[in-house]
Design a binder for this molecule. Structure first.
Ligand code: ASP
Ligand code: MG
Length: 419
């Protein structure tokens, strides 16, 4: 069996939903699990509803929600002329509206999840109703019955053992009959039936979990781009599709800041050696990118630019070697949940480059000043090139001040201050 994942961009209009349906029609009669995200920017819009509600601005929250309802109903009615089956959407709307009429008494993250989870429930309901209308048989399953999580709202952890048992009980018999199953990405529920979410962009992860639990032959992530590119095509006109990659390479790319695939996605796939395809739903005839766990040779240079970098310049106060404080520094980073993007150790200085996360950066600088004299420079850019060549490095750093450089045989990183 296979698992497909369609992101928000692939279900963002009537025309796109029809495209997805025609892709699914091509797999009629084959066992298939289809994981779908919320339409377009719905998750961001629902976040605004949750914020307004939590600030006590119920009227504003309801207004914002009204616009989300309208958008979904318009698409639904355009897909299904007589609007039959609209009550499925209306039931979901009503659940949120009830909540919005209450007063918040619990923590924000709890309400966030109860409101935001509706995005995936709506998009999958629309898709399922449309498939039914178009005569493409599929079943809609509430993924919250399978993905039980802890109560870590907004970043819930899935109970994989429970999920495995429920997958076997609920999904396997259907797949054995060659059915197509539609599931929501990104959401789960606690044992008390409170909705939870798995962290932004979590639908890829949902798809990876089901691929793992069902031992899928492959996972296909359908996107609006041709495949995984070696650079952001908005920044580099020569960006090209990489036909073949392996998991290690993808993890590296994600670490350095490429928005390829959610990093959490890789482990469940890699553990069972399940290959992943990244393909374009706008043109399914394109081959896309294949990702597996075999070595891949002759990769093109992969270019990643990370903005909003901050350089912390740490100098030991008493001429003691800076390395003596390295352990304390790593502990600080761990405690503050800050990931170092680049560290360079000198005799009495350590240079540390991290994502600038405002207040958290302040706290880090503050805490580090227990051991070091600290100076901070913001607004920097970190360029990473995997499989680099010096010519390319020269071209890409031209006109900028190179503050720091680190390289291995495979990867070069340069921290830049742009003119
Ligand atoms: N809809 C969620 C988000 O926008 C999950 C996803 O798209 O993967 O973060
Ligand atoms: Mg998305």
């Amino acid at each position: 069996m296979q698992v497909f994942k369609f992101g928000g961009a692939s279900v963002n209009s009537t025309e796109r939903i029809q495209r997805v349906a025609s892709i699914l029609e091509g797999h009629k009669g084959q066992p298939l699990v289809v994981v779908i995200s919320a339409m377009g920017k719905t998750t961001n819009e629902l976040e605004k509803v949750a914020e307004a509600f939590y600030r006590g601005h119920a009227a504003e929250a309801l207004d914002l929600f009204e616009a989300i309802k309208r958008k979904h109903l318009d698409i639904y009615n355009a897909l299904i002329g007589d609007g039959r089956g609209q009550e499925y959407l209306v039931d979901l709307f009503t659940e949120v509206e009830w909540l919005l009429h209450d007063r918040p008494v619990r923590e924000y993250d709890y309400y966030y999840d109860q409101i935001v989870c509706i995005g995936e429930l709506l998009s999958t309901t629309i898709m399922h109703r449309y498939l039914d209308h178009a005569g493409i048989p599929a079943l809609w399953v509430d993924v919250r019955d399978i993905l039980r999580t802890d109560a870590g709202f907004r970043d819930a952890t899935v109970d994989l053992e429970y999920a495995a048992a429920e997958t076997k009980r609920l999904l396997t018999p259907l797949l054995e009959k060659g059915r197509t199953i539609i599931l929501q990405g990104f959401i789960g529920a606690t044992a008390e039936n409170e909705s939870t979410t798995l962290g932004r962009e979590g639908s890829d992860y949902t798809a990876a979990i089901f691929s793992n639990l069902l031992g899928a032959t492959s996972l296909t992530i359908w996107k609006d781009v041709e495949g995984v590119m070696n650079a952001d095509p908005k920044l580099f006109s020569e960006a090209q599709v990489i036909p073949e990659l392996n998991y290690t390479e993808v993890i590296e790319m994600a670490y350095y800041g490429a928005q390829v695939i959610h990093p959490k996605t890789i482990k469940p796939l890699q553990n069972k050696h399940i290959p992943m395809h990244v393909r374009c739903f706008l043109d399914p005839s394109l081959p896309g990118t294949l990702i597996h766990d075999q070595p891949v040779h002759s990769l093109p240079p992969v270019i990643v630019l990370k903005q909003h970098q901050v350089l912390l310049h740490l100098k030991s106060r008493d001429f003691s070697f800076a390395g003596a404080h390295a352990g304390a520094l790593y502990t600080l980073l761990k405690d503050l949940h800050v990931q170092p993007n680049l560290i360079q150790n000198g005799a009495i200085t350590i240079q540390l480059c991290v994502d600038d996360r405002g207040e958290r950066t302040e706290r880090l600088a503050q805490a580090a000043s227990a051991f070091f004299d600290v100076s901070v420079e913001r607004g920097l850019t970190l360029l990473t090139i995997r499989h680099y060549n010096t010519g390319l490095l020269e071209t890409l750093t031209e006109g900028a001040t190179r503050l720091l450089r680190q390289q291995t045989a495979e990867t070069v990183q340069v921290l830049l201050r742009k003119a």
